[in-house]
Design a protein around this ligand. Structure first.
Ligand code: PMP
Length: 353
């Protein structure tokens, strides 16, 4: 029996996507071979990449001034590649530190250049967003931030324009709402939340950034060469990119507006139950900072925490434990989590008033 999987990533995928992926594992189209056996240099894979690139641009409202690339290495490889390509001792990089992942990103950047932290909420344990910097030095190579903080459950709902190239880690909220993607010079997402299965990262980069690469780099780590080679610089994760294509088709069919509406409905239902509970407390109290994607909460006693975990397990719910670094609970409400799953979780929360 399929579980209601609230895991933060790898996360639940729509059943229709799983079925189509499963069919492709047995035989991709009528090729006589599995998607797991398909050459990354085949015409079939070139078609998969071409369609996926078109869909990403369409869903994000981007024109041909952007390149779409599928890469290996998940989110963290981007933490490294961004400063490797754009930061140096002469090109300081700016970071907004709003959670575990932005902190890790800036730690990676320190290997390659001077890092300036322009805002942080570390002193508050990242339970709120920091204030967006009122001014950003013009000479920065870029400003990096995390649109949704997967571990602490905060999300930027308003993103001001900046005077330097803006780079966004959108790993946990890409395609979850209407969004002005043209704000960004580069944005990326590890696929295992809203874009597909683990093992690929989606990187979208404005072409003018490819002229700003500050040092010679091996091809795999160089955005220009990655973009030039059309996602097949080396052996691509063929089945991973295909699963992402299935997700992109699913997102398009559903429509971003409908997805956003449903995501808001799911999050409101859950936060409302938590705000009115005597046992559970949402960890983010500032409502305008709350994430629609990752709802974090605690129980009043360790006993209640244990009891609730057991209750969830009895009711076919999995993936509800908070990140190992913070504890408590976290319900990830990505696009593929149906409203009915959230209703079930809320029902259990209400049985522990
Ligand atoms: N950024 C964010 C916002 C994340 O949530 C995660 C992982 N969950 C990462 C980066 C790191 O991704 P990966 O494990 O693919 O390196």
């Amino acid at each position: 029996m399929r579980k209601l999987n609230f895991n933060a990533g790898p996360a639940t995928l729509p059943e229709s996507v799983l079925q189509e992926a499963a069919r492709a594992v047995l035989e991709y189209k009528d090729t006589g071979i599995s998607i797991l056996e398909l050459s990354h240099r085949s015409k079939e894979f070139a078609d998969i990449v071409a369609e996926s690139k078109l869909l990403v641009k369409e869903l994000c409202g981007l024109d041909d001034s952007y390149e779409v690339v599928w890469m290996h290495g998940g989110g963290r490889m981007q933490f490294a590649m961004i400063p490797m390509n754009f930061a140096s001792e002469h090109n300081a990089a700016g970071y907004i530190d709003s959670g575990h992942w932005s902190e890790e990103a800036l730690e990676y950047a320190a290997f390659y250049g001077d890092v300036q932290i322009l805002a942080t909420s570390k002193d508050d344990n990242y339970s709120r967003l920091p204030h967006w910097p009122s001014s950003v030095p013009d000479r920065l190579a870029y400003l990096h931030f995390t649109t949704n903080n997967t571990i602490c459950g905060t999300q930027w709902h308003h993103i001001p324009a900046t005077n330097v190239p803006l780079i966004a880690d959108m790993s946990s909220d890409i395609f979850s709402m209407r969004h002005n993607y043209t704000n960004y010079s580069l944005f990326y997402a590890a696929a295992q939340k809203n874009v597909g299965a683990a093992g690929v990262a989606l990187v979208v980069i404005r072409k003018d950034m490819l002229k700003r690469i500050v040092r010679p780099l091996p091809p795999m780590l160089n955005y220009k060469q990655q973009a030039h080679e059309n996602s097949i610089l080396n052996t691509a994760n063929v089945s991973g990119v295909y699963t992402s294509l299935l997700m992109l088709r699913w997102i398009k069919e559903k429509g971003i507006d409908a997805i956003e509406k449903e995501n808001k409905e799911k999050a409101a239902l859950l936060y409302d139950a938590l705000d009115n509970s005597k046992t559970f407390t949402p960890t983010v109290t500032e409502r305008s900072h709350r994430s629609l994607m990752n709802v974090c909460f605690t129980a009043d006693t360790p006993e209640h925490e244990k009891e609730f975990l057991a209750l969830c397990a009895q009711n076919n719910i999995t993936g509800i434990k908070g990140h190992r670094s913070v504890g408590g609970f976290r319900a990830s409400l990505y696009n593929a989590i149906p409203l009915a799953a959230v209703e079930k979780l809320v029902q259990l929360i209400k049985t522990n008033p």
